[in-house]
Each structure stands twice: as C-alpha cells, then as structure tokens.
Write a protein that binds this ligand. Structure first.
Ligand SMILES: *[C@@H]1O[C@H](CO)[C@@H](O)[C@H](O)[C@H]1NC(C)=O
Ligand SMILES: *[C@@H]1O[C@H](CO)[C@@H](O)[C@H](O)[C@H]1NC(C)=O
Ligand SMILES: *[C@@H]1O[C@H](CO)[C@@H](O)[C@H](O)[C@H]1NC(C)=O
Ligand SMILES: *[C@@H]1O[C@H](CO)[C@@H](O)[C@H](O)[C@H]1NC(C)=O
Length: 422
C-alpha cells in the first residue's frame, strides 16, 4: 500500500448534538393534549414521556406574568392548591418568555403524572390561570415493558428483557456462548427471525461478531431510525448457519417512553462508506493512486479519530499497525501517522523507538495529507449519527484495516479495534 497517496477529510461531531425536526413521526411520548389558552399567549402540546416527565412541544408564553410558574395539582381545577413544577432547567424561577420551544418538565418529589389532575401555567400573585391541560382519568403514561426471549439454543439464556424506551433495551443476565459461531444482534420484520434482517451494533457500538456473555446485563440502543415500533424482532443471529439462537418479538403497541435522542443527517463527501461503530464512520474514494478517506465521528472536544493498516493480515490488531490519528488543534485539522509496536507510550532505548510512535521517529514519513477537518456543533442533549449509506463494491486489497477512537491523552490505551476492507 506504500505507493498509494492518502488524503484525509475528517469531521468531529460533538458528544452532544441535536436533531432537527424534519422527520415527521418523531415520537415524543403519549399526547395528553394541548394547553387550553386563556392569557398571555400560552400554548403548546403536552406529552407524557414516562411516569414523571412531560415533553412540552412548541411552548409559547409572552413572559408578562409577575409570579408565574408551571403549576400542578390534584383538585378538579387549577387554583391556589398545587405545587410548582420546576422549569426545564430544574429550577423554580419565574417563567420567562418562550417562543415555540421544546423541552421536558419533571414532576418534583417523585410525584407521578397519574396522581395529578392538571398542569397549568399559573400566576401566584394574581391567582390567574394563563393556560392548562387536564390529565384524563385512568391515563397510563409510558413505562418500561418486560419481555421474554424465545430460546432456540442451549448456547443462550436470558432472564428477561426490559424495553426501556423505543430504542433501548436491557438484557438481564444474558449468557451467550459464541465460540465457533459468527453471532450478531440482528433486527428485522416478519413473524420470526430470518436472514432478511440488519445487523445492529453491540453494547459498545461495534458491529463485530459477538463475544461470549457470562450472565451479564447488556444494554443495546438501536441505531439510526430503527425503533421497536418499526421492527418485529431482535435476534442473536448466527451468520455461519443463518439461524437465530434466541429472539425477542415486539408487540405492535408498546407503551414505552420515547427516545428523545435525535438523528443527525450527515451527507458523506465520498461515495463509499461504512459504519464501524455507533459513533464512527469511514468513507473512501479511490481515484488512480490516491485514496481519499473521510472519517466522521461523534466525539468529545479533545478526542481523536484514527484508522490505518492492521498489524495482522486477517484480523484487527493494534500491535504492528500503522495508523493515522486525526484531531483538531485550535480549530486546525491535524493528522499524524503512527507506527504501533507495543501497547505503551513511545519510548526510545538506544535510539530504537518502541510503543505508539510517530512514523517520522521510526524512519517513516507522514504520508497523509489533510484535505479538510471540521467540527460541527449542535446544541441539544440528544445525539445520534445516521448511517447515510453503505456500500462494499470495490475490493482492492484484502488486508484488514482498522479504526481506533479515543482521546489525545490516551492514545496508547486504545484497544478495541474494528475491521473493514475495501
Ligand atoms: C423519565 O424521563 C426523564 C427524561 O428522559 C428521565 O430523566 C427520568 O429519569 C425518567 N423517569 C423514570 C421514572 O423513568
Ligand atoms: C446464509 O445466507 C447467505 C445469504 O443469503 C448465503 O450466502 C449463505 O450461503 C447462507 N449460509 C447457510 C449456511 O445457509
Ligand atoms: C491469519 O493469518 C495467519 C498468518 O498470517 C495464519 O496463520 C492464520 O491461519 C490466518 N487465520 C485465518 C482464520 O485465516
Ligand atoms: C481519555 O481516555 C482515558 C482512557 O479511556 C480516560 O481515562 C480519560 O479520562 C480521557 N480523558 C479525557 C480528557 O477525556
């Protein structure tokens, strides 16, 4: 591969990023109703996220009340008897003006939505109700659903599966014996699991074959636009035999909390792309003797992204690898080429460099050229990256390459790697 010239485009996304509201069908929970509007332009839709939390969509209020709060109570109508519901920041300050804003509100002191009769925007000085919404009798807020796994093999067991929200579930005491198999978490549609499904990342976000699990609690989050409403089953599937060891079937109407994380749509600048990890994508384009790579990662401020040639012919191996590490330094994109021959910081003994060393120290040269590097900032608590497309058409080299991610202070600590070939 030495004759190839690399060029690199990379993009660092922050850990906290935001959705846009473009996709319809975003689930905010169970709709309770719209605020009845009495004064000061109060308006918005009120959803129940779970037993304690509301999602308020497009909230409006002109901010002109003197001593106005979110106010809830158990009487038949909003009045002086009630309690303050802390604002979106968890504070009990006087409400400010709001212009079509979306946020969550959590009831204080472990109170539940089922216990209260109404939520209002109420002024404690004038005893005026500016707007309210009533909780219907017998209202059932979304909650965790308990399902059981259908077992098809002695090599798997699981006590139960908790569906925590529309995209997250927890296997309780999952046991999987993975030797001699090629297992994946696998989702799809239809009555029972079949080869017509999609691999989903494991609990760490990797798409590698599953390891052994020894009665562990394992949490999975569905990627992209998958939710338990648009798939019928999630299986532990063996790609060697095309059979499932066990699976969970999802009922049609799961009354579970929404997942308020949102999807960032990312347009790749190169034609080929592979999702390697929940937070990591590699794209590439080959023109003549030049490969342009695009690495996109959802990482924190001081994180780096890396990828390169594996130390092994046929698997991902950190020792013996040759990797490019990309990061932003004072808003300038930087890429360094490293040779890794030990899991230790670079050190030199008698002029021989061992460890994670810059290529230039070991007689190589920085053979990457940075084309572009960007950091995109979104401002919300929710993030997720969308798999925009994947394609595997062109195989020019059977060598496995690998991707690392980590931060600048822990380069030598990085251990989990992922495979791809192009
Ligand atoms: C309800 O949802 C909120 C926001 O997602 C979360 O902070 C809270 O822990 C949840 N409460 C319960 C009881 O699940
Ligand atoms: C499993 O399915 C794949 C794709 O349909 C097929 O190529 C492969 O031969 C199948 N393997 C077995 C063991 O049936
Ligand atoms: C991986 O490569 C090594 C040496 O390069 C070889 O001995 C081994 O058989 C290979 N394993 C597989 C599964 O191909
Ligand atoms: C970098 O990663 C190491 C190991 O994962 C971790 O202990 C350390 O806190 C991280 N540092 C920063 C600044 O994120």
């Amino acid at each position: 591969m030495n004759y190839l010239v690399y060029s690199l485009v990379f993009l660092l996304l922050p850990n906290h990023s935001l959705q846009t509201d473009e996709q319809n069908e975003i689930n905010y929970g169970v709709l309770i109703g719209k605020f009845n509007i009495y004064h000061h332009g109060v308006g918005g839709d009120v959803y129940a996220v779970n037993t304690t939390t509301f999602f308020i969509k497009s909230f409006n209020y002109d901010g002109m009340g003197k001593d106005t709060y979110f106010w809830a109570g158990v009487d038949n109508q909003p009045g002086m008897q009630g309690f303050i519901v802390p604002d979106r920041y968890g504070r009990t300050n006087v409400l400010r003006k709001s212009d079509n804003e979306d946020f969550t509100l959590t009831l204080p002191d472990g109170k539940s939505i089922g216990e209260i009769k109404w939520l209002a925007v109420y002024d404690l000085k004038s005893f005026q109700n500016f707007g309210d919404v009533y909780i219907p009798d017998g209202f059932e807020p979304p909650g965790v659903a308990k399902l059981t796994m259908t077992i098809r093999s002695d090599d798997i067991s699981c006590d139960q599966v908790l569906v925590e929200d529309l995209k997250s579930l927890m296997f309780e005491r999952l046991y999987v014996f993975a030797e001699d198999k090629e297992l994946y978490f696998w989702v799809g549609k239809g009555h029972v699991p079949s080869i017509r499904g999609t691999r989903v990342p494991d609990e760490l976000g990797y798409l590698d074959p599953l390891r052994n699990y020894g009665n562990e609690d394992v949490k999975l989050v569905l990627p992209g636009e998958f939710t338990f409403n648009n798939i019928d089953w999630l299986a532990v599937f063996d790609a060697k035999t095309n059979t499932s060891l066990g699976y969970i079937s999802f009922p049609n109407e799961l009354n579970v909390p929404p997942n308020l994380r949102q999807v960032i749509k990312y347009e790749n600048t190169v034609p080929k792309c592979e999702q390697l990890h929940a937070n990591l994508q590699i794209g590439w384009d080959i023109v003549g003797q030049t490969i342009t790579f695009e690495i996109v990662g959802l990482v924190a401020e001081n994180d780096w992204l890396g990828f390169g040639l594996s130390g092994s012919e046929n698997k991902s191996n950190m020792i013996g690898s040759d990797v490019a590490i990309a990061f932003m330094k004072n808003q300038v994109p930087v890429v360094h080429d490293y040779k890794i021959d030990a899991r230790a910081p670079c050190s030199s003994v008698l002029d021989v460099h061992r460890g994670v060393c810059k290529d230039v120290l070991t007689g190589g040269s920085d053979s990457y050229q940075v084309l572009e590097g960007r950091r995109k900032i979104f401002d919300s608590n929710y993030y997720e990256i969308l798999i925009s497309h994947r394609s595997h058409e062109r195989k020019v080299n059977s060598k496995s390459d690998e991707i690392y991610s980590g931060n600048q202070s822990s380069l030598s600590m990085s251990s989990h790697v992922n495979q791809f070939s192009y």
